[in-house]
Design a protein around this ligand. Structure first.
Ligand SMILES: *[C@@H]1O[C@H](CO)[C@@H](O)[C@H](O)[C@H]1NC(C)=O
Ligand SMILES: *[C@@H]1O[C@H](CO)[C@@H](O)[C@H](O)[C@H]1NC(C)=O
Ligand SMILES: *[C@@H]1O[C@H](CO)[C@@H](O)[C@H](O)[C@H]1NC(C)=O
Ligand SMILES: [Cu+2]
Length: 152
């Protein structure tokens, strides 16, 4: 299987940006093997209305990095959140949860948060909040894609 010119360009740009960003730092090197803990949304945690796709585009993801989803368990005054994996790009674009897989339920984001390891090289992981039949995903921007690259 060969690469087209466009695919090669994308790879080169991706690798170059990883090299640049990893030198700039900004993430906790939590593990001896160099994998990092990345809090989804940074200070904003996992909430309705923050634009997670913009956040993800500024965030480099590498194989074995650990995503940490932080959100409080629902109470009388707060909305519940959750984390689902969507199977493909179309369901991601449509916020179609019909074939989604539950990753973390409404109570699992409490405390230190819920941890998810990005295991597979170049796999697009499509994350979304599953609450309110996709409304949090659609109207609340609670979705993003992560494609783990190789750590150099
Ligand atoms: C790196 O460390 C993390 C956290 O301890 C672990 O999940 C991951 O599997 C490790 N990766 C390798 C290649 O050992
Ligand atoms: C609900 O949870 C929020 C966020 O943790 C907290 O600030 C608020 O005080 C809680 N409200 C009640 C009624 O427990
Ligand atoms: C969420 O998952 C945890 C751990 O599996 C479980 O103990 C808890 O009952 C679940 N909560 C809900 C609301 O499903
Ligand atoms: Cu939500």
């Amino acid at each position: 299987m060969g690469f087209t010119v466009a695919q090669r360009l994308v790879l080169i740009v991706a690798v170059a940006s990883i090299l640049t960003v990893s030198k700039a730092g900004g993430f906790d090197l939590d593990h001896k093997n160099g994998s990092r803990k990345i809090v989804v949304g940074g200070q904003e945690h996992w909430r309705f209305g923050y634009h997670y796709t913009s956040w993800a585009l500024k965030t480099p993801f590498c194989v074995d990095d650990v995503l940490v989803f932080k959100y409080d368990a629902p109470n009388a005054t707060t909305f519940p959140h959750s984390v689902y994996l969507l199977p493909d790009l179309v369901s991601f674009l449509d916020c179609d949860l019909s074939r989604a897989t539950l990753v973390a339920n409404t109570t699992q984001g409490g405390g230190d948060g819920f941890e998810f390891v990005l295991k597979d090289w170049l796999r697009p992981y499509y994350f979304a909040c599953g609450e309110n039949k996709g409304l949090h995903c659609k109207d609340g921007n609670m979705k993003f894609a992560a494609v783990p690259l190789l750590r150099h």
